[in-house]
Design a protein around this ligand. Structure first.
Ligand code: SF4
Length: 453
């Protein structure tokens, strides 16, 4: 069954007081942490401006940087694959896993693989995908959907997670809801998987064009286990994740942790290039994913969404997100960024078309965005597109009907002349013409010809 459009889904979410309480507590905590560490930086605005400039430079010459990235990754022993859409990306990954002779993969938390529904595609091919990020594991064990970019299980509290672990993990009958005990249970469960998996799948936060380095930032270290232990590593990366040089990471690695987890620095930053014999995976594949990104790039205003570094700061300050949670957005990208990214990546559909309206346009998202995406401006722009789409289509169809028949065209001209005269007479339409001059139709060539002969 398809997802309902935002207003309907939001109504359902708003009726759940436990969900609202969980969200209020979690977003409030992250918001306060972020505000504290951002206030420490006197040059925060300059950093934001630098982040914006780096991403704009990339988007302005994306073709050049992507080819440079491909060349560098290949030179470092990796293999680059290009995927136009989700189906192509999934097919590539499934074939690579099969070629490695594996029926299970361990996964680093990755939005791109959620976007293409890779786990489902792997399952269809008889391959089990094990999420190793704690929050993603909670979502996976609960047969649930993520509701936040950074904290996918934000809609669940500790007691709910304990119940889930007791149900899904062996030997956890005495488990308490102490966070340390919950983390220990997850660690024991995952360690077995790390040691047995032959293939890992990841995304990447950044891909450096000048040297082919891939970067993953995380908090738990589970990602690093996946990036180093298995024999084969496959990274599915959106084409907008490229940055020109390693020096650009200086800016990005300051902006991202402060904006996302409210930390000065994230605990684990893994950087690797290609494949090095005897050091980590012996085989590395980079799948570069388009899936609607070039369509977004073609839109002068909408393309700003491709600057996003998925920090989720805009979710945590959004009054709409705080009340509805992420599921109501019907997309892996919830909150303000989801409201502008999803309609562009997916193209028109009832859920995507409802998302630009999931905002009060208060501007809080723009204020916190580390790469200065003017989300309210993009929302207004997309609203205009969504709103005009049916009317525009109807007008074009009517124009085609009129222009394809000389008789209908002549009739339309006569009606236009009549309409112009009527607009000058007293009536409700005068409200429009009191402040505007209605253009007077000129005599057409056809009329002139008839008059002359
Ligand atoms: S739009 Fe900005 S604030 Fe929101 S997730 Fe992306 S980078 Fe972060």
């Amino acid at each position: 069954m398809g997802m309902p459009a935002f207003p309907e889904a939001a109504r359902e979410a708003l009726a759940d007081p436990q969900l609202r309480a969980n969200l209020r507590a979690a977003t409030g905590t992250i918001r306060a942490k972020r505000a504290r560490v951002v206030a420490e930086r006197g040059d925060w605005e300059a950093l934001r401006e630098a982040g914006r400039a780096i991403k704009d430079e990339v988007l302005g010459s994306l073709d050049t940087y992507l080819l440079q990235l491909e060349e560098q990754v290949t030179a470092a022993g990796g293999v680059v694959h290009w995927a136009r859409d989700a189906a192509e990306a999934n097919r590539i990954v499934v074939e690579l896993v099969r070629a490695a002779g594996a029926d299970e993969v361990v996964k680093v938390k990755s939005m791109a693989t959620q976007e293409i529904e890779l786990n489902e595609a792997l399952a269809d091919a008889g391959i089990a995908a094990v999420e190793t990020d704690l929050a993603e594991l909670i979502v996976q064990l609960g047969h649930d959907r993520p509701s936040h970019i950074l904290v996918p299980a934000i809609h669940r509290n500790r007691a709910q997670i304990r119940e889930l672990f007791r149900r899904e993990m062996a030997g956890t009958d005495d488990l308490t809801d102490d966070p340390v005990a919950l983390a220990a249970a997850a660690r024991a469960h995952l360690r077995r998987k790390f040691l047995s998996a032959r293939v890992a799948v990841s995304g990447a936060n950044f891909a450096v064009a000048e040297n082919g380095a891939l970067v993953v930032v995380e908090s738990e270290g589970n990602g690093r286990m996946c990036l180093t232990l298995p024999e084969v590593l496959i990274s599915v990366v959106g084409i907008e994740k490229v940055v020109p040089t390693s020096r650009d990471l200086e800016v990005m690695l300051q902006l991202l942790p402060r904006s996302s987890t409210g930390e000065r620095m994230n605990p684990y930053t893994s950087i690797w290039r290609g494949a090095t014999p005897g050091d980590g995976p012996g085989e590395f594949h980079l799948v570069l994913l388009d899936n609607g990104r070039t369509r977004a790039l073609a839109d002068d205003i909408g393309r700003d969404a491709l600057r996003c570094i998925r920090c989720s700061a805009c979710l945590n300050v959004c009054p709409v997100y705080e009340r509805t949670g992420g599921h109501a957005y019907g997309s892996v990208y919830p909150g303000p960024i989801g409201a502008i990214l999803t309609p562009q990546l997916r193209g028109p559909d009832p859920v995507a078309d409802s998302l630009p309206y999931a905002s009060s346009l208060c501007g809080a998202c723009y204020e916190v965005c580390p790469v200065k995406i003017d989300i309210p401006r993009a929302l207004v722009h997309l609203r205009a597109e969504v709103h005009h789409r049916p009317a525009e289509r109807l007008a074009m169809r009517a124009a085609a009907w009129i222009f394809t028949s000389p008789r209908r065209f002549a009739l339309a001209r006569r009606l236009t002349r009549l309409g112009t005269r009527l607009a000058g007479l007293p009536g409700p339409w005068r409200r429009w013409t009191t402040t505007r001059d209605l253009p007077q139709p000129h005599e057409s060539f056809r009329d002139w010809w008839e008059r002359r002969n």
